[in-house]
Design a protein around this ligand. Structure first.
Ligand code: GLC
Length: 813
């Protein structure tokens, strides 16, 4: 063994031999109540237990005398309604009781437990409890048998994170694997779920943190960070939806995205020059494959200088963007944080003049290498730097660009062992002047904030679309997220599902993976299957690395091209439903993509199911993730379900196997669901939504909401939307759909509505609209005149009429 290797081993050994010297909280010295908080003094520290709502409590361990400030930019809600609670003090503990549960602080030593209303323990500190070692902080909690863990933002590997060790440290890691950790994005938030009941924990600490979910021990788990305070929020639940809704109330929700960003998006590194961009656009339109967005990767710039155009490749960007917009395309461009260290470059000049770049404690600029070579890095934690950054977009917004792809913002730095900015570098951090160690994990999120706010100021009447690789909890307020540099392999397609699901339930609903795989080349089959999954990821974007063969949807031969066309058409047909699920996410935080355990926590079979998911309230998606598969076996949750494709009805709580030929992604719809759909369009806004079809899958009575607006502006914030309830009910032989009176000032214009009911055994005796009996029309007249048509082959009834704002009831008997 070489001496170098030996000394390396000795180094490793001594490292592992010096175990952390944890000091755990000891006995309670004193305690007092201040407003909605209990302050507990022990071991020279103060533990603050602050009630924010009956089901949400903040736990903070700090040095005595340190003021309570937001630990990171994640939390945006600071004022909460007073919480009613009572408190009891016994020799062994202090109990704080709200209508949702009890927080019990044991006194000797100080340990915290959370109990439900019946007094049963939901979660409790292990005997090590809360502790510190130098700058490090950590808490250990008991890990009950059968408790599973979900969330944690962007993590590869399986959905259920029990028995894993996870680190939060935003990292540029191309071609990551199932066991690669950490990745690009950090959301230190998770759910513990057992026996149908969930609780949530958000550890709001942006330092490098780690979560050991039973990898080190099978009776306890722990989380902690390399610095900062032991500061976490506990959500009582017990429903995962309530937890997520409360969590996103705390850290903010995704604003309603522009409708076009929910269309199909085409990317590659790089479409260049302008001629190639036009050629791609032409191909989509000529081949009748719908698409909304084309991306420009780093080669549109002059020597990778952000906020510049390469004049040779793109001599007339505004002209190009304008021509493409006539054809219904929006252009998105990549924007990296690194500003080339070049005294003759305008952004470097103004950034230096305004003192907006990161510096070492001695005032020297931090310089790191990225695509342009040596770069300075904006300090996005300073509001002045954020405004400066935002203003730079003018050269791009003036050219008509409307999509903002924020990349490399972990931030990634080439050729240094840490792969990022030096940890000693100072950030403004709202005047606190803290190190990169603290600001690393929030860097990407603050970049997206600067981008979103800046673009919104420049184009005030349009909703910005920002896409990011790195972020932190709450990042959904500014940006969608994609799962970074994946690989064109079946394993990566499989991984995309749990990754997007865990991200979704961590507060970020606008997610997707690079369709087809970024690195490497997919078979036509793999691409087609990935695209099908993409219909049911809110971000539907295909991408490719440089120096790889073309991967556009038509590049895999005519058969796969036809399949891909139908797949993308399905996305556009479902757009009203998809937009409604995104609207719901913007209002409640409940995402489009939901693991079955999130929707059915009582179902023990859901805990390990990571190949199926719910998309919105009504659709169960069982994507095909295996090469050569022509069938798909899946589990239907409880209730009754319809096969979306065949209309066949199934009883749930069982496994079924269905056909899954290359052109079919298995989909099931909850019985009782009403799904809004539209005809195929080539892009958003090609024509007005006409006809609007409500597809009814008969079953239990149901109520849903139908939401629509202009899809582009902020006018909806002032009431310019159209909202109506959609109720389905059955009574004996009669089935009725009631579209409630329209609310809001948005007027969709004259159009027809079709109520399409599936699973109608025989020709109805009568079809009524309100009290009027409708007459029979032909198939071709559906969507054109009032009346109804019965398709006796497929057992479907189509009821056609013109839309109005008043209540409309349609009944069939
Ligand atoms: C990074 C991004 C990738 C992009 C490339 C070039 O690898 O993750 O999506 O294409 O940089 O900009």
């Amino acid at each position: 063994m070489s001496r170098v290797r030996l000394s390396f081993l000795v180094f490793l050994f001594s490292f592992s031999l010096s175990p952390a010297q944890w000091t755990s909280l000891g006995n309670l010295d004193s305690s007092r109540v201040e407003g909605n908080a209990l302050l507990v003094f022990s071991t020279g520290r103060v533990l603050t237990i602050r009630l924010l709502s009956p089901d949400l409590v903040r736990i903070r361990l700090s040095r005595i005398g340190e003021t309570e400030t937001p630990a990171t930019p994640a939390v945006i809600k600071s004022s909460w309604a007073p919480v009613r609670f009572d408190m009891s003090n016994s020799p062994s503990s202090v109990d704080i009781r709200t209508e949702k549960g009890t927080i019990r602080v044991a006194k000797n030593p100080v340990r915290v437990s959370f109990l439900d209303r019946s007094g049963a323990v939901i979660s409790r500190d292990d005997n090590k409890g809360m502790a510190w070692d130098g700058k490090e902080v950590r808490v250990w909690k008991e890990m009950p048998q059968g408790e599973s863990y979900f969330g944690f933002g962007e993590k590869s590997g399986r959905l259920n994170k029990r028995e894993t060790h996870l680190t939060m440290w935003n990292t540029d890691i191309p071609a990551y694997k199932a066991d690669t950790d950490p990745l690009y994005e950090s959301i230190p938030f998770f759910y513990g779920i057992r026996s149908g009941k969930a609780y949530g924990i958000f550890f709001d600490n942006s330092y490098r943190s780690s979560f050991d979910m039973g990898k080190e021990s099978d009776t306890r788990y722990s989380f902690g960070a390399a610095g900062g305070e032991l500061n976490y929020y506990f959500f009582f639940g017990p429903s995962p939806k309530d937890i997520l809704s409360r969590f996103t109330e705390l850290v903010g929700r995704m604003p309603l995205p522009p409708l076009w960003s929910l269309g199909y998006q085409q990317c590659r590194w790089s479409y260049t020059p302008d001629k190639r961009v036009r050629e791609i656009a032409r191909n989509f339109r000529d081949r009748r494959i719908p698409a909304d967005v084309i991306y420009l990767d780093i080669d549109y710039m002059e020597g990778y200088r952000i906020f510049t155009w390469n004049n040779e490749r793109f001599p007339d960007p505004a002209g190009m963007v304008k021509d493409l917009s006539k054809d219904g395309f929006r252009i998105a461009v990549i924007v990296d944080p690194g500003i080339k260290h070049d005294p003759s470059y305008a952004a470097f000049q103004s950034g230096s003049a305004g003192d907006h770049f990161l510096k070492y404690p001695d005032g020297k600029l931090f310089i790191g290498k990225v695509w342009p070579g040596e770069c300075a890095f904006p300090d996005f934690s300073s509001s002045a730097a954020r405004s400066w950054w935002g203003a730079q977009f003018k050269v791009l917004t003036d050219a008509g660009v409307r999509g903002w792809w924020n990349d490399m913002n972990e931030p990634s730095v080439f050729d240094v062992p840490t792969k990022t900015v030096d940890l000693s570098v100072i950030h403004n951090d709202d005047g606190r002047m803290t190190t990169h160690e603290k600001n690393h994990n929030t860097y990407g999120m603050l970049m997206t904030q600067a981008t979103y706010d800046g673009v919104r100021r420049l184009v005030p009447n349009e909703r910005p679309f920002v896409l990011t690789r790195a972020s932190y909890a709450g990042g959904q307020r500014y940006s969608a997220a994609w799962t970074g540099d994946n690989v064109a392999s079946w394993e990566h397609l499989q991984m995309a599902v749990p990754m997007c699901l865990n991200l979704s339930i961590s507060g970020q609903p606008f997610v997707g993976s690079d369709i087809g795989g970024f690195i490497g080349y997919p078979s036509g089959e793999l691409f087609a299957r990935w695209l099908q999954l993409g219909v049911f990821t809110p971000l539907m974007r295909a991408h490719s690395v440089i120096n790889e063969r073309n991967k556009e949807p038509w590049e895999f031969g005519p058969e796969i091209e036809a399949v891909n066309r139908t797949t993308i058409e399905l996305r556009y047909r479902l757009l009203p439903y998809i937009y409604n699920t995104m609207h719901q996410a913007s209002q409640t935080g409940i995402p489009a993509m939901r693991p079955l355990v999130f929707e059915y926590p009582e179902d023990p079979e859901s805990y390990w199911n990571e190949t199926e998911f719910m998309f919105g309230d009504q659709i169960l998606v069982a994507p095909v993730l295996w090469e050569g598969a022509t069938k798909r076996s899946l589990r239907l949750p409880e209730g009754s379900w319809y096969d979306f494709w065949t209309g066949k009805k199934y009883k749930g709580a069982t496994r079924v196997t269905v056909d899954a030929a290359i052109d079919r992604i298995p989909l099931f719809v909850r019985a009782g669901a009403v799904i809004p759909m539209q005809p195929v369009v080539q892009y958003v806004g090609e024509k007005p939504l006409d006809s609007l079809t409500f597809v009814v899958f008969p079953g239990k009575q149901s109520t849903s909401l139908y939401y629509e607006d202009d899809g582009l502006s902020f006018a909806y914030e002032k009431g310019a939307y159209m909202k109506r309830s959609v109720v389905y009910k059955e009574d004996g032989a009669s089935r009725e759909v009631v579209l409630g009176k329209a609310e809001g000032t948005f007027k969709p214009g004259q159009r027809s509505v079709i109520v399409k009911m599936v699973d109608v055994a025989s020709k109805p005796a009568s079809v009524m609209k309100g009290s009027a009996r409708l007459s029979v029309i032909s198939k071709d007249e559906v969507g054109k005149i009032e009346g109804w048509y019965f398709d006796e082959v497929n057992h479907e009834v189509f009821v056609s009429f013109s839309d109005s704002r008043s209540e409309i009831s349609v009944s069939i008997r």
